[in-house]
Design a binder for this molecule. Sequence first.
Ligand code: FAD
Length: 603
Amino acid sequence: MTQLIADRRDIEFVLYEMLDIEGLCNHERFNEFNKRTINMMINEAFNLAIKEFLPANKEGDKTGCEFENGKVEIPDSYHRALDLYTEGEWVQLADPGCPGVVGMITNALFFGACSSIMMYPGLSYGTGLLIKGIGGEDIANRFSKKMLAGKWGGTMVLTEPDAGSDLGALTTSAKRNPDGTYSISGNKIFISGGEQNYHENIIHAVLARIEGAPEGTKGISLFIVPKIWVNEDGNLGETNDVVCTGIEDKMGLKGSCTCSLTFGGNGKCRGILLAGSDPEDGDDEGEGLKGMFNLMNGARINVGAQGYAIASSAYLYALDYARKRVQGKNLEKMRDEDPSVPIIEHPDVRRMLIWMKSHVDGMRSLILYVTNLTDLIEISDDDDEKTRCQGIIDFLIPIIKAYCTDKAFEVSAQAVQIYGGYGYTKEYPVEMLLRDSKIFSIYEGTNGIQSLDLLGRKLAMKKGKAFMDFLEEIKKATTNAKNNANLEDQAIKLEAAIDKIATVAMHLGTKIMPKSISAGFSFSKPFLDATGDIVMAWMLLWRSTIASQKIEGASKKDASFYEGQIKSAEYYIYSVIPGTMGSLDAIINGNDAIVTMSDEAFG
Ligand SMILES: Cc1cc2nc3c(=O)[nH]c(=O)nc-3n(C[C@H](O)[C@H](O)[C@H](O)COP(=O)(O)OP(=O)(O)OC[C@H]3O[C@@H](n4cnc5c(N)ncnc54)[C@H](O)[C@@H]3O)c2cc1C
């Protein structure tokens, strides 16, 4: 069967035609890289993803993980794929020295091929970085070195049965021991990779409350809790008192084990304080959660990238199928003797495909644009510019997390639809993509919580400057587009949408919120969705502006590619954005039924 994860031509378009990655590589920081080396790396990532990750994904989805006597076995096929991934040092591409966009796009290929395998190195690397960032050199040498090298696993241990979105409710406790370590005690659930048979050791980054610390988020501390104790010289000691009590039987991501863990069930779990608030030490309250949030910001972009990657794969499968599946007549040629046609000729199938394509392309551009901003921050000497770029990134994080993951599920659902009845069977990969993608809108802060972050925090961040800088970035694209008479009207329409989103933000902040916080936040998700649509339109118009300049004189293949950019933007701005404007009108009109209906009236 054809195996598809991402459009190679489109990746290069974003890297070299939209974003100036060749220019970036001229900077001394990144001058070990150039277009040739980057393309070679992308080729290698494609090869590994297609040859090893895709088949492992299929097997892992069938077999899932096995749990017995506190031990978890991950799918057999994952071991080889993980070995090759580790040996190829793919995870280290996120290290400084390599442009972030290269790490992002290569890892997105692995996400698209098998997101569940990627949970293991992704979390291990992220936790390793977190420990290194907060803990200093000794701690980094003791723990992070092997995690960053892919030798040890790592986990983020936040969730408890009664503390999911509200981490302030957590009850896992910590008590200082005379030797300076802490005794940890509590039950955690839903911990990805919490126990598994791939890594020699697992280092858990655990949120817990030191006895006597305040209630709520302020009193939360962050601990390093190794599965096997690591002595100060780096050698392994005794097994710690961390027990896996079960794994979840899930809808998707079946090869990624989701574990319940009991810490200190026998009173012997030791941890090391990484950040937090021991009342005996004084005033670093809230630092534990802050430390974890540093990790989560990066993780949220990665979850958005998981979403984009699965959407990309789902779209390509659907497109391939639509070109091959012959069914029904072309509407213009309906006589009996006229031949049946591939379903791509049916307008309704084309509608689904163009909707999917425009979102997939928009998301790819968005994720690489934001990653490129992090690269630009690294090479810039201008503090104001760094602050401006960081503000735009921070503003966009909840949108990337929530919008890209919601669209991943919707694109996958459209892919199933395009396959018809076959899409609902396990014979084709799209039903798995649909199941796998659902979790992205739930973990790393549910999408509802992301919208609270956008409306409650990000809009007002730096007195609204980050939001204004974000709008200014879009205006740069509309100004460029206006130089082309064919795109002028689309640019005007996008500018109207920007004006409207600014008006709605102001309206929510000054008219609705002061009267009713609940009414204001009842619009947070529609506001995030509308902002996400506008971001898509921005990316697509930017693409179209470039494509319009290059289409004349392009090779036949390139001309089709550029036509795809021009038509996608046209479709999106004329067919999707009017709906977005309607959603924004609904916010301004501000019906409050959501919050005024009594609980009983829900039925
Ligand atoms: C496969 C999988 C892997 C996971 N991996 C990890 C992991 O590695 N580490 C870890 O610590 N956790 C992990 N989790 C847990 C995950 O992060 C939580 O499930 C998530 O944070 C939501 O918490 P909850 O399930 O308790 O839902 P709840 O918090 O009960 O939320 C239920 C619903 O209510 C909404 N809601 C809740 N509070 C609010 C609010 N204040 N305002 C608006 N809406 C609200 C939510 O948006 C959601 O729709 C994983 C979960 C799964 C399923």
